[in-house]
Design a protein around this ligand. Structure first.
Ligand code: IVH
Length: 649
């Protein structure tokens, strides 16, 4: 890197940082930023006399936005040095061991949100301050007070700063973006920006609607006389704060690495976004001996997970017709490796989204892959748009059958019930895992059978013959017989599989199970009122079932005859007890793991539901019960402590 290249890189980093930190509107991925940042840092290490005064390495954060009043932290809020692999980790641990021997390492998730400092005095929350530049932040006390996981009072009277991360759970993030999409507002690029943006609302009422969550990770100024970090965290949790979903105190690099690998593979299962694991020296005295560099503690590091966001180019946009006729645009992108998986397609959801995000063919975009869901485009890099970018026009005719499309605004639908794409996708769905679970009847085979005229509806599957299959290219005796056997085996399947396979709008696996538990094989005779009364059912769902039966009753009867689904097993008679036949909801932490409590109550004949509604009979609460408890009280649902429940048994 020449001096000129270095100065350019600094300028670029400052532009990125301004968009990222000040505007909450990232221009690029963390990966691109980090790579450039490390180049700048390396150059500076080799040429300390040339360090630019505005280099991002020379300051901890960025200027806070103007509108809130500024407030100082009682002690500095540090940021962490990043590690990227096991080698980095071993080097860091070796460095620590040079200064202190026999230390333990405390590991917990690195939450992807916005950091917040809470100052308690006399047992009350006095001030909440955003990180800002690490020394001075913005006072957002009113907003923090709306966050349910921040206690307003704690059972400790001395001055203490409790630090943590404000996050938005993934599900809540999806909900907020869906709502914003419906209101035609700009979408948040990720959960981190949504959390930061929500925390910095001048109107605390808006913050309150965002269901932010505070996860503590440390202590600033304090008068505690607890010599270990893990015990200090226990102290914080005991004040009513939310616990880390995973944490470990251990001794060796191998143990830290093993825990990191474990956290990395389960990162999709957490409710919040994690971008790595934080490793900290556990002994406070050892932390003090290690001290700080200009920017970071020497006693803690962030061991980052591989990025799940990448930049790629849209090669084309194709249209897919689903089993309900909805046309979904899909971006075909330059193949890109994200965390070991090659991504070639990204869903664009619907046409409104394409227009709102202004996505064009040849655009550079940021794609996000999380878990096994289809990757999505979260941002278009409009500044880098090439001249030949082609906008997509809304289709007027079905790309599969050519019939005229119904444009409903957000959704565009093919209304032709015989449209080959609709029929094929409906059959693929019918045979899929959560439905009839017919082994070997995947996309390709359904398409082949359809193309060769062997199946036109799901009913035809059950009349296929060996001769017909053998006449197809690539179908040998063994494969054909296996397929016929699998189809035959699906007969007599559980009733809910059959109902789910019908693909009734708004009725998924859980609703299908509820329907079968209540009506057994007599769903055809069910009336709307009794469907509406089921736990978890609303007007729209009940209407959808009734309407489906009205239109497809005859087909359903024919399929019943062919498939002969089995009625749900009668539950073994349970002795009378206060919970038999009741719907209960569990909340808070209990003496036994949640899964065991659930199994125990189910064995007593209770139905354990995840959310409180008017249909809930009892809410059973443990320690730190939160919003479910409040909701139960609001709805007048009977609440009882875990101890009361046990006493009743
Ligand atoms: S410890 C001196 N622990 O990551 C210790 N930070 O670059 C300073 N973060 O600004 C931070 N989860 O906002 C720590 N478990 C965790 C964390 C965590 C997320 C954030 C925090 C901090 C940044 C560090």
């Amino acid at each position: 890197m020449t001096k000129q290249e270095y100065l350019k890189a600094v300028e670029q980093l400052n532009i990125y940082a301004y968009h990222y930190y000040v505007l909450d509107d990232p221009m690029t991925t963390d990966d691109v930023y980090d790579t450039l940042y490390h180049q700048v840092r390396d150059f500076e290490a080799a040429h300390p006399d040339m360090i630019a005064s505005d280099s991002p390495t020379q300051r901890v954060g960025d200027v806070p936005l103007g509108a809130f009043s500024k407030a100082p932290h009682k002690s500095r809020m540090w940021s962490l040095e990043d590690l990227f692999d096991y080698d980095d980790l071993k080097k860091w641990i070796a460095r620590v061991h040079k200064h202190v021997h026999h230390v333990d390492f405390y590991c917990e998730p690195k939450y992807d949100g916005a950091s917040l400092n809470l100052i308690y005095e006399g047992g009350s929350l006095k001030q909440a301050i955003t990180r800002g530049d690490g020394t001075i932040g913005e006072e957002v006390t009113q907003n923090a007070r709306t966050i349910r996981s921040i206690p307003l009072k704690i059972a400790y009277n001395e001055l203490i700063e409790i630090r943590g991360e404000v996050v938005i759970f993934k599900e809540e993030f999806e909900r907020i973006n869906a709502q914003r999409s419906a209101r035609k507002e700009a979408l948040f690029a990720n959960a981190r920006n949504a959390a930061a943006g929500s925390l910095r609302q001048l109107d605390a009422k808006i913050t309150a609607q965002r269901n932010l969550v505070f996860l503590p990770y440390g202590i600033g100024e304090n008068h505690l006389d607890i010599p270990y970090l893990d015990a200090r965290m226990d102290f914080i949790y005991a004040q009513g704060f939310k616990e880390a979903p995973m944490r470990l105190t251990c001794q060796t690099a191998e143990a830290v690495e093993a825990f990191y690998q474990k956290m990395k593979v389960s990162r999709e299962d957490f409710e919040m976004m994690l971008d790595g694991m934080v490793v900290k020296v556990n002994e406070i005295a050892a932390q003090e001996m290690l001290g700080y560099t200009v920017k970071n503690p020497r006693w803690a590091v962030a061991y980052k997970f591989p990025a799940v966001e990448k930049i790629t180019t849209v090669r084309n946009i194709v249209l897919q017709v689903g089993r309900t006729g909805v046309i979904t645009p899909v971006a075909i992108v330059e193949p890109t490796n994200i965390d070991g998986v090659t991504v070639e397609r990204a869903t664009l959801h619907n046409f409104d989204e394409i227009e709102r995000k202004d996505i064009r063919i040849h655009d550079k975009v940021i794609i996000l892959r999380s878990g096994d869901v289809i990757p999505k485009i979260i941002k278009v890099l409009h500044r880098e748009r090439p001249e030949n970018a082609i906008p997509l026009t809304r289709p007027t005719h079905c790309p599969e059958c050519g019939s005229e499309l119904l444009d409903e605004g957000v959704l565009i639908k093919c209304q032709n019930l015989d449209c080959s794409a609709r029929v094929v996708n409906a059959i693929i769905y019918f045979a899929s895992k959560p439905c009839l679970n017919i082994d070997g009847l995947g996309d390709k085979i359904v398409e082949t059978l359809y193309r060769n005229g062997l199946i036109r509806t799901v009913k035809d599957l059950f009349f296929l013959t060996l001769e017909q299959l053998l006449a197809l290219e690539g179908f040998k005796e063994k494969k054909s017989q296996k397929l016929l056997d699998a189809i035959a085996r699906s007969k007599g399947c559980a009733c809910w599989r059959f109902v789910n396979a019908l693909g009734i709008e708004h009725i998924g696996e859980v609703a299908s199970k509820t329907l079968c538990e209540r009506f057994g094989l007599h769903l055809l005779e069910a009336d709307k009122e009794s469907i509406r009364a089921l736990e978890g059912f609303g007007e729209e769902m009940a209407e959808s079932v009734v309407e489906f039966i009205r239109v497809n009753g005859d087909t359903m009867r024919e399929l019943y005859d062919i498939i002969q689904p089995s009625a749900p097993e009668e539950k073994a008679a349970v002795a009378a007890n206060p919970f038999k036949g009741k719907t209960v909801v569990l909340t808070g932490s209990m003496a036994q793991p949640r899964s065991e409590m659930k199994a125990m109550l189910e064995a007593l004949g209770a139905k354990v539901s995840g959310s409180v509604s008017k249909k809930t009979d009892y809410l059973i609460f443990g320690a730190d019960a939160g919003s479910k408890y409040d909701k139960a009280v609001t709805l007048g649902v009977e609440t009882m402590s875990e101890a009361t429940m046990r006493a009743m048994l």
